[in-house]
Design a protein around this ligand. Structure first.
Ligand code: 13P
Ligand code: SF4
Length: 349
């Protein structure tokens, strides 16, 4: 694997990063990318995105870097510069066998921390260190220690949307894509499923175990209501498939035809090709699905995740140029958190 020269990061890629004109050469080099996003990015906007995309893709090669992007990233990132895309589970899995010196996480901080935990020797970058998550902020490692004292012997299954310090206190991690499978594989008839109250309540409907939880919520998904979903069903006289993320409140999930992680939502749309679909999740998800599913009509109330939206082509380019901001996790916390993440990957294989 080639060495990267961290001592002089700014020297690398300066030409690519400074030259951001929309030239005929840039137009030609990015034509195939525009073909994928033309339904969601107006032609008049492409001259702003294309030079950045072109510069990032050149600099990625110079840096021997890969970009991992979550399904909630905007289409110019998702289709333009990402090497690996997916839900939190896919990003964690794929982060394990990344063959590169640098990982750029186009997503939120806990995702970058997970990539770092699994790749301690690699440089892991998050283009905006302030890209947090209301669920990750809802619980601390001290809270988990208190919960364990209050419920001795009950396994702690912690959503990946948490800090490394919280993961380090946990027996196993879960994602929305594998929560039921992992929890069913744990010993005993009770589980602490933290910190997302609504995910835990949904898991409780899918398992015979007693599920104890915490009061964390996703600030994006908690805003949907069952009444809103009913109104859409009435508007389209029932001719609509409603698919919702398990971070939504129970009255929303009760109204949905299908509940699943962002990757499972994608599988549902790609596999079943519903005539019309209502995606009850973050707004960019539908934008990213439009390209591969032109026959599906997407209806979407638009709730944006302000944290995911802190990542842009400009700060990805800057991050690749400067190799900052880096994500670091203290080695003792990383080792304990890694055990919880690896156990999840083993139990959900
Ligand atoms: P997924 O794992 O389903 O992609 O969800 C991550 C997330 O942050 C949802 O809000
Ligand atoms: Fe966190 Fe919700 Fe944003 Fe996902 S959508 S990163 S759970 S705040």
């Amino acid at each position: 694997m080639p060495d990267i020269h961290l001592a002089e990061p700014k020297a690398l890629g300066a030409d690519a990063a400074n030259d951001l004109a929309y030239t005929p050469a840039v137009a030609e080099a990015t034509r195939h990318i525009y073909a994928k996003v033309r339904h969601v990015i107006p032609e008049i906007e492409w001259p702003f995105h294309a030079p950045l995309i072109h510069a990032i893709n050149r600099l990625k090669r110079e840096r021997n870097a890969v970009i991992l992007a979550h399904n909630y990233q905007t289409p110019e990132i998702f289709h333009g510069v990402a090497d690996i895309v997916g839900d939190s589970l896919a990003l964690a899995r794929r982060a394990m066998d990344v063959d590169a010196d640098v990982i750029v996480l186009a997503g939120v901080h806990f995702m970058a921390e997970t990539a770092k935990i699994l790749n301690p020797s690699k440089t892991v970058l998050i283009p905006d260190a302030g890209a947090g998550c209301s669920l990750a902020e809802s619980i601390t490692a001290a809270d988990v220690r208190l919960l364990k004292q209050a419920h001795p012997g009950v396994p702690v299954a912690t959503y990946v949307n948490t800090s490394a310090a919280v993961k380090a206190e946990s027996d196993v991690c879960i994602t929305s894509g594998n929560a039921v499978e992992v929890i069913n594989a744990l010993p005993g008839d009770s589980v602490l499923c933290i910190p997302d109250e609504y995910l835990a309540k949904w898991v409780a409907t899918q398992t015979t175990k007693r599920v104890l939880t915490w009061k964390g919520h996703c600030e994006v998904h908690e805003r949907f209501t069952g009444a809103q979903l009913k109104a859409y069903r009435d508007q389209f006289r029932g001719d609509i498939s409603i698919i919702a993320h398990p971070e939504c409140p129970p009255d929303v999930l009760a109204e949905a035809d299908f509940v699943g992680s962002t990757a499972k939502m994608q599988d549902f749309v790609e596999g079943r090709q519903p005539k019309r679909v209502l995606l009850i999740t973050e707004c960019s998800m539908a934008d990213n699905l439009v390209a591969a599913n032109p026959a599906v009509e997407f209806v979407r109330p638009c709730n944006l995740c302000p944290h995911m939206k802190r990542i842009s082509l400009s700060n990805i380019l800057e991050s690749l140029r400067t190799l900052e901001p880096r994500v670091e996790v203290a080695p003792d916390i990383a080792a304990r958190a890694r055990r919880a993440v690896e156990r999840m990957l083993e139990l959900s294989r």
